[in-house]
Design a protein around this ligand. Sequence first.
Ligand code: XMP
Length: 506
Amino acid sequence: KVLILDFGSQYTQLIARRVRELNIYSEIHPFNKIPQNLNDYKAVILSGSPMSVRSAEAFHPDLKGIRGEKPLLAVCYGAQYLAHFSGGEVAESNTREYGRANLSFIQDDLFFENITVGSQVWMSHSDTIKTLPTNGKLLASTHDVQNAAYKIEGEETFAIQFHPEVYHSTDGKQLLENFLVKIAKVTPDWTPNAFVEETVEELQAKLGNDKVVLGLSGGVDSSVAAMLLHKAIGKNLYCIFVNNGLLRKNEFTDVLEQYKGMGLNVKGVDASARFLDALAGKSDPEDKRKAIGRVFIEVFDDEANQLKDVKWLAQGTIYPDVIESVSATGGPSATIKSHHNVGGLPDFMKLKIVEPLRALFKDEVRRVGASMDMDATLLGRHPFPGPGLAIRILGDITAEKVRILQEVDAVFINGLRDWGLYDKVWQAGAILLPVNSVGVMGDERTYEKCVALRAVESTDGMTADWVNLPYEFLQKTSNDIINKVKGVNRVVYDISSKPPATIEWE
Ligand code: XMP
């Protein structure tokens, strides 16, 4: 595997993903917490950083056991770091070095094999390397950046000022492959199939004959986690799928059937009434979220308690949830684990935790699911918030409002599928607004609900753009909603991007 030392660049996760796309497993660690067992890593990559090496607080890792001993690739800050502290010179740049550039000179070297002059690279830095470090040998330049790439003679150390992990560096993947496969001789054998095989073995060794409980949500992560555990321990996996009454139309029955078809040992629990009761009269979004969270824990606890001798709680936690950020000194945040010492916990939280997807990015979870022949519609499903339609009904919640929104949402989502637009959209849904507006139907004046439709493109939900859906589609959808869903007489389309407008309205 490959070790990526993070200096806080916005692109660090991309480095890990690009490496993994080469079927090579990579892990991100903060630069100041280098793992003890360096023998496990075949190569090391230093990330970029918002920091300047010339500042007094410059991150200063101890590269003992790495530099000169293992193949090392230093990107951006990493490249400046090696130059600045090893006999070279880094200075403030007087030209703007951001965006696309083209390599104007490339030294004949294994590192640049199959990459030719003119290759586009992505720059994002404000300092520049004036002089190479001791034993540095120039490997590439661009028009504005003389020292765009260098190596250190006598070591397997390479440094590049540009970002190979960014899509705009057109030969970035080739460069990473040259470094990892040709130079560091890492075998690219980390495939979804290999992951499944390895994980199933690990789970069997870890869990033995123990019973495990898992909450299914209908989402990709919990479903793939369940399939892995199912492969490993079969009937010792007990799945619970709770209907909180705030799912999409027919979702509970459809997905439950799908789970059963996959051979999962799953119990569907319809607790809709309990959730609706708890939500009665609540309009504040955070109050609604808390009520739903609380009832979910109560319901799950009741169910888990009916199972005898369960030792483990499985969760669909994925890699972005556990990567330590560079500024953080503690462990990962916001997992159930961190609450373990609090008194008065529900019983299931006292279970040991098993998280088979901890090492995977979302797209990798999908690929692992596909390699286990899981259904493409399940794997391609849009993200859906835990509190469900409760945070898409602005204001207080009633059974009637849930029904209206379920109908509207179904017209929208089914329409996206019918028009072949579903997979072009990252997330979509309808929002029931707390306003009535005037309309005419026949000769009658109506005073009915207004709904907003939202469809966004995103990679991780942190930022999002509204999707330019075809007018014809919007026209048809609006007509269908107004004609078919009683109580709605107006449809609007949300054309706000995040930031500042969050994806959900609450
Ligand atoms: P926002 O609205 O913050 O949403 O732009 C970003 C992503 O998070 C989802 N989301 C939630 N998911 N519980 C969840 O499980 C929540 O309370 C919640 N709020 C927002 C949202 O659907 C989007 O994918």
